[in-house]
Each structure stands twice: as structure tokens, then as C-alpha cells.
Design a protein around this ligand. Structure first.
Ligand code: C2E
Ligand code: CA
Ligand code: CA
Length: 385
């Protein structure tokens, strides 16, 4: 395999040549950005190693140039400036469409770089063709689907550290007459922008109430529902949740997940909603914690008892030491505030083990199951399963 490297420190050539030689890779080493660029255009590499500190033209400039040229060979970033800078540079490269295999601090290069060099395989040089046009649905059609009873709840399992089902999150789906199922991203933003959220929420809750007997077979602690706070009508929303709580009495408790979008929501109305929901007996979870929409300010202002750590933290868990430390700090915060913690987006056993060891109470993600129809949830997790 061909390994093309850019580092203005000539001593690096010997080290990299040693690593590459052991793995049987061909090394092409360049001390200047211009020579590196010319070479990757002529000889597409299987892997690129780029030092961030190069002088006037930095490694970040080179990364952006690679992106402009649509050169998509896997990339390893090197830096002597520490993990924080590496982490940000890795984000820049990934967001520019470059597959980043790793970001390595030069201080730990001898240990961390060789395993990355072992992982290279031939990769396409150009980006794959763009996908087809996105699906379009307008407010009028959505309203008609809602009235025709086509809103369907899907359920995603939420488990404890022992893998046993404890809660489930309800996620909206739209089942079209031809059987195609549309995801929440096609429905919720449109419902928000066209004033259809109350109708959507009501349709979803009615469907949950109609499935009460089946839900009871799951013996859940909580059934989680998502509420939108855009153009919020507190009285109407509280009434809908009360009806759900009453209808599911003896079956499971109701948890409401809120993401507070500071720019779109009326914060006094969101405070009122939070208070009314807790008084009605609902549990209250802050969704997507750690993203721009769920802040420490909202944590201070609303009566949350649960915090859902956004899936981006879980996805990045093993990418950098910073990610692990950040997650550890979030868990310490939850511990001191007495909040139950649910980690979202758990996809691997390694993530689940790390999270449980770190004190996360509940796990949710594709590792345990994607959102699914109720009968599937019951057949996989029901008491008789
Ligand atoms: P959310 O509440 O954060 O829901 C979690 C989303 O992450 C779901 O997407 C789920 O399918 C996805 N997910 C679950 N596990 C994994 C995983 O392991 N990896 C990855 N990459 N993704 C995972 P979905 O169903 O498309 O929902 C998107 C968003 O739409 C939800 O985000 C929620 O904010 C909103 N939403 C869904 N249903 C409703 C609803 O009934 N009402 C309102 N207001 N919003 C809803
Ligand atoms: Ca949610
Ligand atoms: Ca979430």
C-alpha cells in the first residue's frame, strides 16, 4: 500500500519509514505542502499522514485543499500541540468529507500510529455520486395523512446495564398507503412549520392509548414521548399529556422529552409546561443534552429528573481523551443534580461497557434495537419473549 506523508520535520521521515517498512507499505515522504499536493494528484495514496504544524501553510490548509480536490483517501493527522487542537482539526477534516482514521499526538506516536497504518485498504479517490432528490411532503398532505390515521408510533428500547428492557421511546412515523414508512425527519419539522404539531401529537397519543393492553405486556417503567416546544400552547399540550398519563395508569409512567430550542421557544411558556407536566405526574427528560438546543441554562430553569446525553458524545467516545473526559464531567454533573442518565446512540458493546462503568443508568441505541413497531418490540422484549 502507498502511504503519502507530509511533515516539515525531516527526522520524522526515518520514524515513518520504519513503521511503513514493518507493514510492507511504500512510503512517499514530503517536507513541503507543494510537493505533497503534486504527488497526491499524480499518485493517489492509500493513506495520508499529515502534520498540522508546517509553517506558513498549515496542515488545516492542506486538509481543506484535499477536500476541494475531492481527494478522499483515509487520513491520519499528527500534531505536537496536544489533543485539543487535534480534536478540532479532526472535526474540520471529517466535516469536509475526508475519512479520518485517527488523530495522533506526536508524544504518543510510537504507540498509536502503527495500529492505524495497519488498517489501510484501497479507497475510492472521489466522493460517491449524490443521492436522489429528497422526499417532499407539504403541510396539506401531512394534514390529510394525520386525519386518515396514518401516524404510527415506533418504539425504541431503553435498557438497563443488564440489557433488560426498562423504558421505551416513542418516535413518530408516517405509514403511507403503499406501505412505505417515513421517518420523523420528514414529519416533525414540517408539522412544526405548518402548525400541525397539536394534531400530530394527539394522533400519536391516541394510537398509544389504543395499544394500552399490548403495552402493558412490556411492564415498562416509563414510556417516553417527545414534545415540540415550537409555538407552544401550554394548556393544550398539558391536557394531551394528562390524558395519556390517565390512560396509561397501571401500565407505565409517562416521560416527556424536551429539547429546548432557545431561538424558537418562548421560555416562560416552556417553564410553565415543565412545571405543569411534573405536577401532572410526568417524568421530564432533557433531550439531546450537550447540543446547542439543550443547555445548562435550561437545566437550571426546568424541573428535569432525567438527562439524555446526545448521541454525538457517545459516537465520539473513543475518538479522543477529551471526549471521555467531557462525558465523565457530564455524568458527575448529573450525579450531583440527582438526574437519571440515559445515553443515546449506543451502537457498540465497547460503548455500552464504558458507559455502564462510568455510571450511566440507561442505554438506548441500535445495539439494543432501532425504533420498531409495537408488535416487534413485544415479540423481542415482552414478558413471554
Ligand atoms: P430524538 O428524540 O433524539 O430521537 C432519537 C433519534 O436517534 C431517533 O431518530 C432514532 O431513530 C435515532 N437513533 C436511535 N438510536 C440510534 C443509534 O444508535 N445511532 C444513531 N445514529 N441514531 C439513533 P428519529 O426517529 O428519526 O427521530 C428524529 C427526531 O425527531 C427525534 O430525535 C425527535 O427530536 C423528533 N421526534 C420523533 N418523534 C417525535 C414526536 O412524536 N414528536 C416530536 N415533537 N418530535 C419527535
Ligand atoms: Ca427524544
Ligand atoms: Ca435525543
Amino acid at each position: 500500500m502507498q502511504l503519502t506523508c507530509l511533515d516539515d520535520d525531516p527526522r520524522m521521515e526515518r520514524t515513518l519509514r520504519r513503521f511503513a517498512g514493518r507493514l510492507g507499505h511504500e512510503l512517499r515522504f514530503h517536507g513541503s505542502a507543494d510537493a505533497f499536493k503534486l504527488d497526491v494528484l499524480i499518485n493517489p495514496p492509500a493513506l495520508m499522514v499529515i502534520d498540522l504544524e508546517l509553517g506558513h501553510e498549515t496542515g488545516v490548509d492542506v486538509v481543506l485543499w484535499l477536500s476541494q480536490q475531492a481527494i478522499r483517501a483515509p487520513l491520519v493527522l499528527l500534531s505536537g500541540h496536544g489533543d485539543e487542537l487535534l480534536d478540532t482539526a479532526r472535526r474540520i477534516a471529517s466535516a469536509s468529507g475526508l475519512p479520518v482514521l485517527g488523530a495522533v499526538n506526536k508524544a504518543s506516536m510510537v504507540r498509536e500510529l502503527p495500529p492505524l497504518l495497519e488498517r489501510i485498504a484501497p479507497s475510492p479517490r472521489h466522493t460517491p455520486p449524490a443521492r436522489g432528490a429528497p422526499f417532499t411532503l407539504d403541510g396539506q398532505r401531512l394534514a390529510a395523512h394525520i386525519h386518515a390515521g396514518r401516524i404510527e408510533p415506533f418504539f425504541q428500547p431503553i435498557v438497563a446495564g443488564d440489557g433488560i428492557l426498562r423504558d421505551a421511546e416513542v418516535l413518530t412515523r408516517l405509514r403511507l398507503p403503499d406501505g412505505e414508512v417515513l421517518g420523523a425527519q420528514h414529519i416533525v419539522p414540517l408539522a412544526e412549520s405548518s402548525g400541525l404539531i397539536p394534531a400530530l401529537t394527539e394522533a400519536l397519543f391516541e394510537s398509544l392509548l389504543a395499544s394500552r393492553e399490548t403495552l402493558a405486556a412490556l411492564a415498562l417503567d416509563h414510556l417516553s414521548v417527545n414534545l415540540s416546544v415550537v409555538q407552544l400552547d401550554v394548556a393544550l399540550t398539558t391536557a394531551l399529556v394528562r390524558r395519556l398519563i390517565d390512560g396509561l395508569t397501571g401500565c407505565c409512567d409517562v416521560r416527556v422529552e424536551l429539547t429546548e430550542s432557545a431561538t424558537l421557544a418562548d421560555s416562560q411558556a416552556v417553564r410553565e409546561l415543565g412545571a405543569q407536566l411534573r405536577l401532572a405526574g410526568a417524568s421530564l427528560a432533557m433531550d439531546d443534552f450537550g447540543t446547542g438546543y439543550s443547555s445548562l441554562r435550561a437545566l437550571a430553569e426546568l424541573p428535569y429528573d432525567t438527562l439524555k446525553v446526545d448521541l454525538c458524545f457517545v459516537a465520539e467516545l473513543f475518538d479522543s481523551h477529551k471526549a471521555e473526559r467531557l462525558l465523565g464531567a457530564i455524568l458527575a454533573l448529573c450525579d450531583s443534580l440527582g438526574l437519571q442518565v440515559v445515553a443515546e446512540g449506543v451502537e457498540t458493546i465497547a460503548q455500552a461497557e464504558w458507559l455502564c462503568d462510568a455510571g450511566v443508568d440507561r442505554l438506548q441505541g441500535y445495539l439494543f434495537g432501532a425504533p420498531m413497531p409495537l408488535d416487534e418490540l413485544v415479540s423481542r422484549f415482552g414478558l413471554d419473549a
